[in-house]
Design a protein around this ligand. Sequence first.
Ligand SMILES: [Zn+2]
Length: 336
Amino acid sequence: MLVYFSEVFKGHVPPYRHPEAPDRLDFLIEGAREAGADIKEPRMREDVWQLVESVHDRSYVELVRRLCRKGDVQIDGDTYVSAGTCDAAALAVSAVVDAVDRKETALVAARPPGHHAGFAGRALSAPSQGFCIFNTAAIGALYVGEGAAVVDIDVHHGNGTQEILYDRDLLYISTHQHPLTLYPGTGYPEEVGVGRGEGYNVNVPLPPRTGDDLYAKAVDEVVVPVLKQYGPRLIIISLGWDAHREDPLADMNLTLKSYLYVFDAVLRLQKPTIFLLEGGYNRGVIKRGTKALVRLVDAGEFAPGESQTSTDGHTAKRYEEVMREVKSHVGRYWRL
Ligand SMILES: [Zn+2]
């Protein structure tokens, strides 16, 4: 499996202790190397700032570039900019676009993450940009154009991606911890898109403590049927490892089994699939997960190395309620 990585991605450096720090990539690359991945240094594209401005407001892009020249500043309480942030974020965009051009399955091991970044930074009603600078997934999807699908499995809803794609007929599907219980507070089933985009925005919020058993059910009953009917040309997976039960920032009860389950379901569509790193703050999970992902892609090996979790009764009841809502909204546009 091709893995795009550069030391430049580690040049986005927090001014203080922060969960989204450069060492996340050391663990990722360790896992990728152990699985025998083919690690490739991405090249900066000459048109990268045009690509960034295909999605973001020019004044926002200028603000970020000004902050990079200053270095070590905060955009908001959660999100920082250092001297190396602009190069890192622009190289992330270059890597995704290169992966799209190659039309083969790849992992883009880049940071800063992007799925909370909207047109002009903070997206929808979120209190912050949630560690994100440019929305790499949305830039990639717009670059693909017709037939692009973004599957967002980060534990947080990708409010930035939703905002950018909301009126376009490009598919966005997100599974995430329920917005009543976690940042950014968006991602309800009734948010289905507008205009040409109506029906193309699919939110599957899951109650905290959902286990592997019910995550697989949501994948089978919503994610896979919608993807199959949409018929994607290329899929971008916004890959956050923070839905794992050991993640310090969220409350799900998933293991790597859920990750491999959804990866496998998407890979079975046999379309180029670009895995793009978003969140995930437990370093061991990042390493083990990346290793398992590369082995799945390269050898078809389904080896999560963790035993399946099941959902407790109270959570399962809440899950059924939410899924009824999901099916009533999403079912207006897709056969579920
Ligand atoms: Zn996240």
